[in-house]
Design a protein around this ligand. Structure first.
Ligand code: NAP
Length: 301
């Protein structure tokens, strides 16, 4: 069973692995019944936390998830929902929009929260993340709005995604409530956050980072030089632990002392059923650095 973790003492416990809904409306079968099957499989495995964003699936994924929950409303009490806002996409849903842009204004955050609550069919979002750092953000307006949403009980907590250390510090300095996570791209193929201060900041403030695309969106299994260097080592470890190589790649994230919470995105039910295997892999320090070195293509200085 995938274990539980705590993002913040004021929030319900979360699962140590989160299921990301970004790809949920991809592919041929986008029925609510299939979405429900995925949610139930996650719950059987111990994955209780689901990651959304208003824009996923061209503004379709939250609605699909909500339709699935309508088929079995009791599930709402067993799950935690993280969603995001702040990106405005060019979309047929918004025909007047001329340019893709960010919007961190109170008006947009509030209207996005109301839409997410309605589409998901829940009374509260466990966490709301600002999706990307916005060069036009008025931190005082955004921070006050996030605080107010917590006070009003519309969201359990606020967090950010893809924020640099300084963007994080700026927004936090304008808030009373703590930012509970920074959702970052972290994987064997995306090592930058280990070195740019982002993960150090999380450790310093005891904030659990979430890792998006922990398998590099499938590129880890691609036909390129880095994957070719990594595969034999991943395969050896997978064989030694009786798991698949994706479990080893996720275990590499779980092993890190920052307490990384991977957000996985497979739509394949067989792969989903094996997600818990990552917790069977014991990774020594040397093995961790062996994989780091193969991924980086050079030894550490
Ligand atoms: N905050 C942000 O800016 C941001 C950005 C991107 C994503 N996210 C979040 O992160 C979540 C996960 O992202 P992700 O879907 O890119 O994560 P991921 O788990 O790294 O990648 C999933 C993709 O990899 C493929 N895959 C998995 N195992 C495979 C294997 N053994 N062989 C071949 N292909 C394999 C999957 O295909 P199958 O479906 O066929 O298994 C799927 O297309 C998203 O759902 C979203 O919630 C956040």
């Amino acid at each position: 069973m995938i274990p539980s973790i705590e993002f913040h003492k004021n929030l319900p416990s979360s699962s140590a692995l989160v299921y990301g809904a970004w790809r949920m409306a991809d592919g041929a079968d986008t029925s609510a019944q299939t979405a429900l099957k995925k949610i139930k499989l996650c719950l059987e495995l111990g994955i209780t936390t689901f990651d959304h964003a208003d824009i996923y699936g061209d503004y379709r994924c939250e609605a699909l998830f909500g339709e699935a929950l309508k088929l079995e409303p009791s599930l709402k009490h067993k799950i935690q929902i993280v969603t995001k806002c702040g990106i405005k996409l060019i979309s047929a849903k918004y025909p007047d929009r001329r340019v893709k842009h960010y919007d961190s204004s109170e008006a947009h955050i509030r209207s996005s929260v109301e839409t997410s609550l309605k589409l998901l069919g829940v009374e509260r979002l466990d966490a709301l993340l600002i999706h990307r750092p916005d060069p036009f953000m008025n931190a005082h307006e955004t921070g006050a709005c996030l605080d107010a949403l917590v006070t009003e009980g519309k969201i359990g907590a606020a967090g950010v995604s893809n924020f640099s250390v300084s963007d994080f510090n700026l927004l936090q300095s304008a808030m009373q409530t703590p930012l509970v996570t920074n959702q970052l791209e972290i994987s064997l193929l995306a090592q930058h956050t280990f070195l740019d201060g982002s993960l150090s900041q999380c450790q310093q403030h005891k904030i659990r980072p979430m890792a998006w695309s922990p398998l590099a969106g499938g590129r880890l299994f691609g036909d390129h030089e880095t994957a070719k260097r990594l595969h034999p080592a991943l395969q050896d470890l997978a064989q030694a632990h009786g798991v698949d190589i994706d479990a080893v790649a996720i275990a590499w994230l779980l092993a890190h002392p920052a307490g990384i919470v991977p957000v996985v995105g497979t739509n394949n039910l067989e792969r989903m059923a094996r997600l818990g295997d990552a917790f069977k892999v014991n990774m020594s320090l040397e093995t961790w650095y062996h994989l780091w070195t193969l991924a980086a293509g050079k030894e550490v200085p």
